[in-house]
Design a binder for this molecule. Sequence first.
Ligand code: NAD
Length: 523
Amino acid sequence: MAQAKKALAKNNSRQTSPRIVRSSVKTYDNYIGGKWVPSESGEHFENINPADTNDIIGRFALSTSKDVNAAVNAAREAFDGWRNTPAPRRAEILFRLGEILLGNKPRFTADMTREMGKVLKEAGGDVQEAIDCTYYTAGEGRRLHGFTTPAEMPDKFAMCVRQPVGLCGLITPWNFPMAIPSWKLIPALVCGNTVVLKPAEDTPFSTYNLVEACEQAGIPPGVVNLVTGYGENAGAAITNHTALRLISFTGSTETGRTVASACAERNAICSLEMGGKNVIIVMEDADIDLAIEGAVWGAFGTSGQRCTASSRLVVHKKIYKQFCKKLVEHAKRLRVGNGADAKTDMGPVINADAVKKIMGYIDIGQKEDGATLACGGKRLTRGEYARGFFIEPTVFTDVAPDMRIAQEEIFGPVTTVIPTRSLDEAVEIANGVRYGLSAAIYTTDVNRAFRAMNDMYTGIFYVNASTIGAEVHLPFGGTKATGNGHREAGTQVLDIFSEWKSIYVDYSGKLQRAQIDMVEGMG
Ligand code: NAD
């Protein structure tokens, strides 16, 4: 009951005006052991369109630790069958999944825009990322390379193979509701693991679509289990479940820290992808129009709600005024609206809490000594915006590197422009935050590009391109407070979802001691 009240309270916090609750709203269950089942509590939470809070997308299972237990049991039962299925056969099923995702791309795209708010083109990109990830990673089913190496002894063979980790808990955020679950799910499956997946409470529908496609593709019961619900209940139950050998988490640095502590307590493997405060450096020799395009796209794409968003622009003094003028002109031209409208450039932010946080930072920025609010700064509430979470594209200029708006992750359509005198200073400013996800430089000087490439301490770096736009076959992740040393995507993700086993085969027919045991007099 307490949980039901909490669910209601949270949903109310997402409203801007009284909502019409339609009895026709569809109910969505968990997927456990190959069956769609309601949560044990029988309770639900509502998934609401952030562009129009009268539009309730569905009522999703509000899960507790009991549902997580059931999902873990199903994953346990399915594990031996799946890990012993040859990897190329596992991959064939994943290729089928890729086909299903491709066939349903328009529907999944529209569903995503409706639940998450991003414009259709970007939602299509999110679905496409899942498709690309599926095809690319399924290819690993015929590789999953290990290695052989010479042994110290004669008549002895040494090799190293990958084995699945076991049962994995996957916890994902709302900003890429199909791409990020697929980044974790597909490599986990190709490696032979079984999983319990919990999407963010704001965007369960896109992950539901992904899991339904898994069922259609013929992934055996229990291999993929979906449990929807809140982080503090379902999420924490996953994090703390002793049978889950690995937790793969993407979300805020604060939640990631909680997840990591819980994993440390029970010796679980933990892979974290967390926040960012990404930077574009623009040198005086840059193609300014190109840099402006990159900055606008990086700062306001997905309404600034990307972990790789360009929230800091460090611009050389010689072009600073010109850059700021053009940036503001472009930001003002962006058409804010419902992402489902093809004319919209920038959709809403995710929910009422996000509006509060972002408007709070805009307020902080206005109070910070020296910063200038150059454009935007207001929440849009009239007419077509009345029932959604819309904020103007916002630019602060004359920002100092140590201001809070230049240090903390705002995760909204707000960017900051910081003047610099040199590349060395720019790099120092750029590295001077607690995060280390993505950075970029715009310059026509190849020496400067390589200098920055060498000196920036981030997991991703771009030259003459924005901080957003990663490709699935390159490793993705960050340094410092952004990650804990792992990388998703590429082949590097296989190192998260598999463990190395070193195997020695001695065919000499006698006891051969390894060098380490060659004690004098005992050899
Ligand atoms: P969040 O941390 O609030 O939630 C992420 C997930 O964790 C959700 O599924 C949530 O239900 C769950 N959760 C919350 N509390 C939990 C708990 N105590 N135990 C277990 N699970 C819990 O993050 P968010 O608001 O959904 O996402 C935005 C954040 O994600 C931003 O900081 C962004 O930078 C980051 N992000 C990072 C990457 C990356 O790859 N580095 C990608 C996308 C988003």
